[in-house]
Design a protein around this ligand. Structure first.
Ligand code: HEM
Length: 247
């Protein structure tokens, strides 16, 4: 006699996947994931920029560079509750997961969009605007991702920075930005990051449903202000080193 487990198979076909997976499977879910991971990045680039401003504080009375001190403070944060670099590792895991989901969701939404062409927009102008914004996000996103990889190899691992010394943040920054090609790459990449932040900040409100025309003026103002707050200092770091203002 043969036995079948048809009943069980039928049951598993009908079993719903966990809520989070169902949600991520939908376009709306992917847009939310892009918005939430985008907010994680915005928070990170803001705090990172504030930390990097310590480049301008020079040395403390003991002769230690303020930015080196800050780097060490970050590594020791919440010690001994967490092991050394414990909190940094938590941030690294959250950031890495955010990068993976942000890129995966962007890629899947692009593919879905391409398959759904021709998209019917209310007006040709609306079509052009949406198309321009999504194309800009794609290529600026790819260049920013390449920049982050180079940046990690330059200032975290040091394998593309011949004068790299682990923990000497000030000296590593000066060594890196004293090379004109590298400084120019940082400047261009951070301007493109600005473009990405501007469009991203604007569209994340759309993704989470805050797209009432009454908010649009406020949204535009916020997107411009946030972009300027990140880009102006970030571009200044390579510029001040390259021009010899920071040595
Ligand atoms: C000119 C602007 C920037 C400067 C001067 C700068 C500086 C630095 C420095 C000095 C480090 C190494 C810290 C250490 O381990 O001692 C670092 C790490 C890092 N930076 Fe930047 N950064 C800039 C822009 C950015 C941007 C725009 C992003 C992201 C979009 C970014 C993402 C990161 C990440 C992910 C790390 C690794 C953090 C870790 O795992 O410890 N940086 N940056």
């Amino acid at each position: 006699m043969t036995t079948t487990n048809k009943g069980t198979d039928h049951g598993s076909a009908n079993r719903r996947r966990p809520w989070a997976i169902e949600f991520y499977g939908s376009d709306v879910g992917k847009k939310w994931v892009m918005a939430i991971t985008g907010i994680v990045f915005l928070g990170y680039v803001f705090v990172h920029m504030l930390g990097n401003l310590k480049l301008y504080l020079g040395t403390d009375p003991t002769g230690i560079y303020a930015i080196d001190h800050y780097g060490e403070w970050l590594r020791e944060l919440l010690e001994p509750f967490l092991p050394r670099e414990g909190l940094l590792w938590i941030f690294r895991v959250v950031l890495t997961a955010s990068v993976v989901f942000h890129i995966h969701a962007a890629y899947s939404l692009t593919v879905t969009n391409w398959k759904a062409r021709p998209v019917r927009y209310q007006s040709p102008r609306e079509y052009l605007v949406a198309n321009y914004a999504s194309r800009t996000m794609r290529w600026s996103g790819v260049i920013v991702a390449a920049f982050i990889l180079f940046h990690l190899m330059d200032l975290t691992f040091g394998n593309v920075n011949p004068d790299f010394v682990a923990g000497d943040v000030h000296a590593n920054l000066v060594a890196s930005f004293s090379r004109p090609a590298v400084a120019i790459f940082y400047i261009v990449a951070n301007l493109l990051l600005g473009l990405h932040i501007f469009h991203g900040t604007w569209s994340l409100f759309q993704s989470i449903g805050w797209n009432n025309p009454r908010f649009n003026e406020w949204r535009r103002w916020f997107a411009w202000a946030f972009t300027a707050v990140i880009v102006v200092p970030n571009v200044s770091f390579p510029l001040t080193v390259l021009t010899g203002l920071v040595t």
